[in-house]
Write a protein that binds this ligand. Structure first.
Ligand code: MEV
Length: 290
């Protein structure tokens, strides 16, 4: 029986999370992890392959995006769920592409983004569209929320990024709502994040220069209330072991910390010795294939 498959990239936000929801630019990069969604025609009600998904809301969102009968959907993903690595956006993009393959459609990147954005709304409430943008385009991207959204593909340095997993999932919708509730008091901090994004972009070819800006970004994310002692501790761990800089990446409240360092493997070893699940991600150049 024919299987229709689509993929989406995982991502890491270098700078600009949360501020991007309020019209500031953000900088994010695709990594060598992602999600693959497969669709197979079946008789009877649409179902998901249980072993591939452990997130109930995600399973429901996938089912909601499909016709009520006739499909079996399965997901292979090496992105931790709810950790700020864009797992749900990668799945949404994978699903859109698998559906297009099943319908014999060829989609351009803009259409993939639009359809995945609609699916993500069901999952996250009020996403900026950044995660879907990287999930479908790959590469390094400066993103400005619309309408219309502005996507600027930037040169993608071949860069190792150390990911330190807090082991806890953050609830993006709740964290975004929390930031919204703290406005307008925190608006100057959101403005400062927006300005920092442009400094990070200017420093991009030199990870040793980007690092301290990431640490600065983390301090601003603390001020808007989305970090926690675990994430602060992981940033400190990275800095104590020679990283150029580190920050939480994604919505916060859990999720992951990213670090730039000259010695990625040794930072991973140190983190593991501290009982932290850590791994190295490699940046992925952009795709022109829809
Ligand atoms: C989540 O990966 C990034 C946030 O800025 C939310 C969004 O952009 O939709 C926190």
């Amino acid at each position: 029986m024919t299987t229709f498959t689509g993929r989406g990239h995982g991502k890491l936000i270098l700078s600009g999370e949360h501020a991007v929801v309020y019209g500031h630019p953000a900088l994010a990069v695709a990594v060598d992890r992602g999600a693959e969604v497969s669709l197979r025609r079946i008789d009877g009600p649409t179902r998901t392959c249980a072993e591939t998904l452990c997130d109930v809301r995600l399973t429901e969102a996938l089912k909601a995006a499909l016709e009520p009968t006739g499909w079996e959907v399965s997901v292979k993903s090496d992105l931790p769920i709810g950790r700020g690595m864009g797992s749900s956006a990668a799945i949404a993009v994978g699903l859109v592409r698998a559906q297009a393959a099943a319908a014999g459609e060829t989609l351009d990147l803009q259409t993939v983004w639009e359809r995945a954005f609609a699916a993500e709304r069901a999952f996250h409430g009020t996403p900026s569209g950044l995660d879907q943008a990287v999930a479908c385009r790959g590469g390094m991207l400066r993103y400005l929320k619309g309408p219309p959204p502005i996507f600027v593909d930037l040169p993608c340095p071949d860069q190792a990024i150390v990911v330190l997993d807090s082991g806890e999932a953050g609830d993006t919708a709740q964290l975004v709502a929390g930031v919204r509730a703290r406005r307008p008091g925190i608006d100057p901090v959101l403005d400062a994040i927006g300005e920092l994004v442009l400094r990070v972009e200017a420093a991009l070819p030199d990870p040793a220069a980007v690092g301290p800006l990431l640490t600065e970004n983390h301090a601003l994310l603390q001020q808007i209330g989305v970090s926690n002692p675990m994430l602060d501790g992981l940033v400190q761990l990275a800095l104590d072991h020679g990283a150029w800089g580190a920050k939480l990446a994604g919505a916060g409240g859990g999720g992951v910390v990213i670090a730039l360092t000259a010695e990625p493997e040794s930072l991973v070893e140190v983190a593991r010795a501290h009982g932290v699940d850590a791994f190295v991600c490699q940046t992925m150049p952009g795709t022109t294939v829809p």
